[in-house]
Ligand binder design. Structure first.
Ligand code: EPU
Length: 418
């Protein structure tokens, strides 16, 4: 298993190009199942999660190619079953459920299973698909969904922790081919949901209201092939922004999706980081002393749970008491015990951590537990004295394209060891 060896303490300087968004690309790839015609997608990042989704599309019978960020999918003939061995690798594979149901009338998709960032039920996905006129049974670890014809409905996707991103995607995709009009209330309004809506519209779908929390979808008989360029990854950009801050460096993030990053940028400003937005880029510049901060995650446009771990790493290096709560995934704090092994002073209770910054973290062997926790450990390693070894970097390869090469290009001393 690959690991990273990081020798910290170097202020990072230079430019980093931001890749296309992982969390946009995954549902958009699933949406290509909605048509018999060819789809072309550009700026798809080369990540292991993307490769898993391409394997699922191939398993289902689609012809798929992927080179230089461009994916071509031809899903003329498809079968409706996605097996455990593929689905267990990645939770996002659950978003083939809606397209397969709408296209095939019957589908059997493995339940995605447990997740280290906490309980991740799919009850809202299922409730939404049932409201569209499907029968759903759970049997031997599989979701079996059947319909004799989907029909538009009024659906609320309000859950105990706000709306659901992939649940909104699933219901929106199925509703595109339902008879009549669907209203999704408490829909997720994340930029990735909007990107999916844009792609679906270019396939001939009739969707209004994306980004507002209330989606209106007028069903059509069929969708056609389309070409689409995926938006930039706001979480990758946010992670590199924290890399500039934590090393007190100066980085230009090329193609950063600044308009999708308002809450992250607000948090950086609160910490005393200087930001300059230029056309299609963001310059992040930090000098001592930075300030402690308070954060609470919520659904978009609130502060993203996918940036929570990285800000914990930053909080561990700024003077004073910072407090960070996660209302979306209350148990997503696996990184705290690893950060403590690097000298962070942090306490955890319920869905909240209190961190007292230290001047310098100390390098240690640490274990990545999930994608964003791994990113936090790499960030901590960039600031720490001596060498940090981050084990199990396959987690980070799921969601960051060539992160080690991108960091090396701005001066980081980071080496991948096999
Ligand atoms: N929830 C329910 N019932 C459901 C679905 C979700 O109660 O049927 C709860 C979840 O347990 C959670 C909250 O609702 O407490 C939000 O979960 P959501 O469904 O929005 O998460 P997701 O769609 O499964 C996507 C991203 C995650 C990101 C979350 C929240 C993708 C592929 N994944 O997951 O990204 O954390 O939205 O923004 O888009 C990551 O990239 O590292 C990652 C985990």
């Amino acid at each position: 298993m690959d690991k990273f060896a990081i020798r910290g303490g170097i202020p990072l300087r230079g430019s980093i190009p931001i890749s296309g968004s992982k969390n946009s690309s995954l549902p958009i790839l699933a949406a290509t199942l909605l048509t018999r015609e060819r789809c072309l997608l550009h700026r798809v990042p080369d990540l292991s999660d993307i490769r898993t989704m391409l394997d699922i599309l191939r398993y289902l019978g689609a012809e798929v190619s992927f080179s230089d960020g461009t994916v071509v999918v031809d899903a003329r003939k498809i079968a409706g079953e996605a097996p455990y061995d593929l689905v267990r690798r990645m939770r996002a594979s659950v978003c083939v459920l809606g397209p397969l149901l709408a296209r095939c009338g019957r589908t059997k998709v493995s339940l995605p299973g447990g997740c280290v960032i906490g309980d991740r039920p799919i009850d809202l996905h299922l409730r939404g698909l049932e409201a569209l006129g499907s029968r759903i049974t759970l049997s031997k670890g599989y979701v079996v969904a059947e319909t004799s014809g989907l029909v538009g409905a009024r659906i609320s996707l309000q859950g105990p922790h706000g709306s659901t991103v992939l649940g909104t995607d699933n219901v929106m995709m199925a509703a595109c081919l339902a008879r009549g009009t669907t209203l999704i209330e408490h829909a997720a309004s994340e930029p990735e949901v909007c990107d999916l809506a844009t792609f679906l519209r270019s396939m001939g779908a009739r969707i209004r209201g994306e980004g507002t929390g209330c989606l209106e979808i007028e069903g059509v008989d069929q969708l056609h092939g389309a070409e689409h360029t995926v938006v930039s990854d706001r979480i990758e950009a946010g992670t590199f922004a924290v890399a500039a801050a934590i090393t007190r460096g100066d980085i230009l993030l090329e193609e950063a999706p600044v308009k999708h990053m308002e809450s992250t940028l607000c948090a950086l400003r609160e910490a005393g980081v200087s930001l300059e937005t230029e056309k299609n880029s963001l310059r992040v510049h930090a000098t001592d002393p930075l300030r402690s901060f308070q954060l609470r995650t919520s659904t978009y446009p609130g502060f993203p749970t996918d940036m929570q771990a990285q800000f914990c790493a930053l909080a561990a290096t700024v003077p004073g008491r910072s407090e960070i709560a996660d209302d979306v995934f209350p148990n997503r704090f696996m990184h705290i015990s690893e950060l403590k092994r690097m000298g962070a002073s942090a306490g955890l209770s319920a869905n909240r951590t209190v961190i007292h910054g230290v001047a310098r973290l100390s390098g240690a062997p640490v274990m990545a537990s999930d994608l964003r926790a791994s990113a936090a450990l790499v960030l901590a390693g960039l600031q720490a004295e001596n060498t940090t070894i981050v084990h199990r970097v396959y987690h980070i390869d799921r969601g960051y394209e060539r992160i080690d090469a991108k960091l090396r290009a701005v001066g980081a001393d980071i080496e991948r060891q096999r």
